[in-house]
Design a protein. Structure first.
Ligand SMILES: [Zn+2]
Lengths: 425, 493
């Protein structure tokens, strides 16, 4: 259990950046699955308790060059596998905006650090909502960039076809300014793209939404809690009052999104986490038996419950005889979802929905029912499957608990979502 | 089937190969680490990517893809519009990530072929596919063999080296054909400049071998697919040279034929070639069908390579060069064939033709140099080019006899690294030049006025005496007839 406030950090540290730059004087919390040279990077796992990377992630290098000071490695669900930050081997993080409630996850430490004033800004990562979910639960702003906008070099992979590094901040403009610093192509990441290289996202946070069309996917609203829905509707009214036109749109295939997402994420995880075999990483080592037995023991000891569950399910989904039934089908679903989004963007500039269909859970409430927890990702995971950008911005409260509103944009349409979100501040 | 009829059966062998070739590139397949690891300490050519550190990502080395396209062109293979990488998932301690980045259903080369000469027959071997993949690290077992080792150390210098796996159709009908194919393949790869045969572990071969009824083999060598599918085959691993391949497969052929003739079934299994004992041994009795759970490597976007086949040029290949040598240099088929046996020899020879008559150079390389090298088990790469050129100059300008050039000078050059002029000097092999003879003649005339007078007086013995003087002062290297003639000329003028 860490001793930082809210248990927001796994490791508190001070990594000084350059003397000047756009982030000079700013403190930043960095999620603990982003490599920091010389500072341990645990991914919230006992498996990596002693792992000290010999290199910086590209985004960390960019933070340093921009003059930021990194103040801590933020707590997270183990390897990003969770949405409450309760699966961390370093204890759960508390929600500064809602005492007794989870901060969301998996970037719960990053969101709590910003909400609790422990850092001006934070970097999180988002595989299926892991930035937007804690942003919504902690009442801060979080952006999941278009896949390929931000380098993943140095981000310890959970599900590499889905995830992106992105900013969390108290305001849309600050989040966009942090995105400006970390975005852009990287020679070390072959999936980064030239698009958006010279963009000025912070400048788009001007609140000028006059004439913008916001599509509201019915499928992403109807399942939400009543209190969440009321807050969401009120925010839409606010936007309409500012000259936004809202239209109903439909994303019929998102009903398969949660299943498809978990099949793909778990499959990739089973491969990405294979390297933690107890030889170079692990808890105690020196196991008896042959290689396979020794690997198995090291993994049994080093991984937590949720990680084991996902690795096993992912291994199963990729296995001969099941691959076509699960992995291949999930890829098909992914393609349909992308197509649905394309069609929706023919009618709207951005799409809006509640970020989370529910307010923050009470701590410990969700741990016994993983399936229920997976379903609460319904509004965030389609965005990752479609490689699109999305932002979560505070939309108000229900029963004193924060509610986030999600705006989804077309690929590399970060300006549009930043602008729409800034109109709600 | 009774033992008698089995014994009477004629059996034919069917072999297919998976050849792993290390491609010659300056850096590894997915990172910037140097591939020049030959004399390096373990784990000194590594970085986060080839160590598989958390968070590190692969980036394709385009030089390796270019090399693969060259191989594809040389093998007359299809290069697809787009190629991509997959992950092959399995746990092994030499594998940094416990998966290997390789190619699966969209390999860089498909449906090629390579023509080889076996005895006097030309055979075409089908190439099913050839793909790129990363080499794993290497293991060092301390305290003996893998099963007895106290502990094992991992060296990641090799991890991430670019490998090309070339998969043939089951087109080989004898181990001899396999050897001829591998020699030809190596030759082609060397011609392409993508392969270094001298590098340790640069060629690794797995072979599938089965035996079928000889009568199932058609005239043209084809075998019905259901017959092939029904035949139990063994996969022979750990072959690292073409010589080894021929030995291992001959052993395995005999082993399987004997089993069948004795009425025993051939077990479908993986066998390990034990080079030192010259036998194949069963690796794991209960070898399960492995499930590698292939899926697309999302860290490497698909590469569009449709235009590469046209854009990337390959050098003249051995067959074409052989034909050109025959025509351009007017060589015999045998000479042309020997001179193009390796790129090294062909380049060595062709450079000589700038300076010397092509036929003269050919006879020296084919008839003399290659023979001497072969005898010493050396390659043309070990020959001091400048020295060899000098040797040919000496022969060409008639300064030494062909016999001395070959038997004394060439051998001394090869065995002791001697300088040709120094050998000629030391051994006194130089044919004495006209000037030296003339000088000696004039000296003999000046020093022996009495003999000169006797000559003019018509005394027959005087000329012989003078010839003897000249021969003596030239150390016997002058031609007596020429000396005789020259003396007469001088005395009579
Ligand atoms: Zn490397």
């Amino acid at each position: 259990m860490g001793d930082s406030e809210y248990n927001a950090f796994v490791t508190e540290t001070t990594i000084e950046g350059a003397d000047d730059g756009p982030l000079a004087g700013k403190t930043v919390a960095v999620k603990d699955n982003i490599s920091t040279e010389g500072v341990r990077t645990t991914c919230g796992s006992a498996m990596l308790a002693d792992y000290v990377p010999p290199y910086d992630a590209t985004v960390v290098q960019r933070l340093k060059e921009a003059g930021a000071t990194i103040v801590g490695k933020a707590n997270m669900d183990e390897f990003g596998m969770g949405s409450t930050t309760e699966t961390s081997a370093y204890g759960p993080t508390e929600n500064p905006a809602a005492p007794g409630r989870v901060p969301g996850g998996s970037s719960g430490g990053s969101a709590a650090a910003v909400a609790g004033g422990l850092a001006d800004l934070a970097l999180g990562t988002d595989t299926g909502g892991s930035i937007r979910n804690p942003a919504a639960f902690c009442g801060v702003v979080g952006i999941k960039p278009t896949y390929g906008l931000v380098s993943r070099y140095g981000l310890v992979a959970y599900a590499n076809s889905l995830e992106q590094v992105g900013p969390l901040a108290p305001t849309v403009e600050e989040a966009a300014a942090l995105l400006d610093v970390v975005a852009g192509p990287d020679d070390h990441d072959a999936t980064t793209r030239q698009e958006g290289a010279d963009a000025d996202y912070a400048a788009a946070a001007d609140g000028d939404v006059e004439g913008m069309t916001v599509g509201v996917p019915t499928e992403l609203v109807e399942g939400a809690d009543e209190g969440v829905r009321e807050t969401f509707e009120a925010a839409l009214d606010d936007l309409r009052a500012q000259g936004v036109e809202t239209v109903e749109v439909s994303l019929p295939s998102v009903e398969t999104a949660v299943q498809a997402y978990y099949v793909i994420a778990m499959s990739e995880a089973s491969s990405n986490l294979a390297r933690y075999d107890g030889v170079r990483y692990g808890v105690s080592g020196g196991y008896e038996g042959d290689w396979n037995e020794s690997f198995a023991e090291g993994r049994e000891e080093g991984f937590g419950e949720e990680v084991k569950r996902r690795v096993l399910l992912g291994t199963y989904a990729l296995s001969a005889g099941y691959h076509d039934k699960y992995y291949a089908k999930a890829q098909d679903a992914r393609a349909w979802i992308q197509q649905d989004f394309d069609e929706a963007f023919a009618e709207a500039d951005v799409l809006a929905s509640p970020t989370m269909p529910v307010p923050p859970f009470e701590m410990g409430e969700s741990l016994d029912d993983p399936l229920q927890l997976y379903l609460s990702d319904a509004n965030t995971v389609p965005v990752n499957l479609a490689n699109l950008p999305a932002i979560s911005v505070p939309a108000g409260e229900t029963d004193g608990l924060p509610v986030g509103m999600q705006f989804v944009g077309p690929a590399f349409g970060e300006h549009a979502i930043v602008r729409a979100a800034s109109a709600l501040e | 089937m009774t033992a008698q009829t089995t014994q009477a059966r004629d059996l034919a062998v069917v072999i297919g190969l998976e050849v792993h070739v290390q491609l010659e590139t300056a850096t590894k397949l997915f990172c910037g680490c140097s591939t020049d690891t030959a004399d390096s300490e373990p784990n000194t050519h590594t970085c986060p990517t080839c160590l598989g550190l958390p968070g590190a990502l692969p980036v394709v080395n385009e030089a390796a893809v270019e090399a693969a396209v060259k191989v594809g062109k040389a093998l007359d293979a299809d290069i697809p519009e787009e190629t991509r990488f997959h992950r092959k998932n399995y746990y092994y301690p030499d594998l940094p990530k416990n998966f290997q980045v390789t190619q699966y259903d969209e390999p860089i080369c498909q449906d090629g072929s390579l023509e080889v000469a076996v005895a006097d027959e030309r055979r075409t071997i089908g190439i099913e596919r050839a793909h790129l993949e990363e080499d794993p690290g290497s293991l060092k077992h301390e305290g003996g063999a893998i099963d007895r080792a106290e502990y094992t150390m991992v060296d990641y210098n090799r991890a991430g080296m670019p490998l090309m796996e070339i998969v043939t159709d089951p087109d080989f009908r004898s181990p001899t054909e396999v050897r001829a194919f591998l020699e030809k393949l190596e030759e082609v790869l060397e011609y392409l400049g993508v392969f270094d045969a001298e590098r340790d572990g640069s060629l690794r071969i797995d072979a599938n071998l089965s035996v079928v009824d000889a009568e199932e083999v058609a005239e043209d060598g084809t075998i019905p697919t259901d017959v092939l599918a029904d035949a139990n085959r063994t996969e022979v691993k750990n072959i690292s040279s073409h010589k080894g391949a021929a030995k291992a497969l001959s052993y395995e052929e005999t082993r399987q034929k004997n089993a069948v003739r004795r009425g025993r079934a051939v077990e479908q299994e993986t066998r390990h070639w034990d080079e030192s004992r010259g036998i194949t041994v069963s690796m794991r009795s209960k070898e399960e069908e492995k499930d590698y759970r292939y899926f697309a490597e999302a860290d490497l976007p698909p590469m569009r390579v449709s235009g590469w086949k046209e854009e990337i040029a390959i050098p003249e290949l051995p067959d074409a060069r052989r034909e050109r040598f025959r025509e351009e240099y007017d060589l015999s088929a045998e000479e042309a064939s020997k001179l193009t046996s390796t790129k090294q020899v062909a380049d060595f020879y062709e450079a000589l033709t700038d300076e010397f008559d092509a036929g003269f150079a050919a006879s020296w390389v084919v008839d003399r140099l290659l023979g001497e090298l072969n005898y010493r088990d050396r390659s043309v790469g070990s020959v001091d080019r400048a020295a060899f050129v000098r040797l040919l100059e000496l022969v060409d300008s008639d300064d030494i006899t062909v016999k001395n050039a070959e038997e004394v000078v060439l051998r001394a050059m090869l065995d002791d690294g001697s300088d040709p002029d120094a050998v000629v000097e030391a051994e006194g092999l130089g044919k004495t030049s006209g000037d030296a003879v003339e000088e000696a003649v004039e000296e003999a005339i000046a020093d022996n006025p009495d003999a000169v007078e006797d000559y003019h007086d018509g005394e027959g013995g005087a000329l012989n005496f003078l010839v003897g003087q000249v021969m003596q002062s030239t150390g016997g290297s002058a031609e007596p007839g020429a000396v005789n003639e020259l003396l007469r000329e001088k005395l009579d003028s």
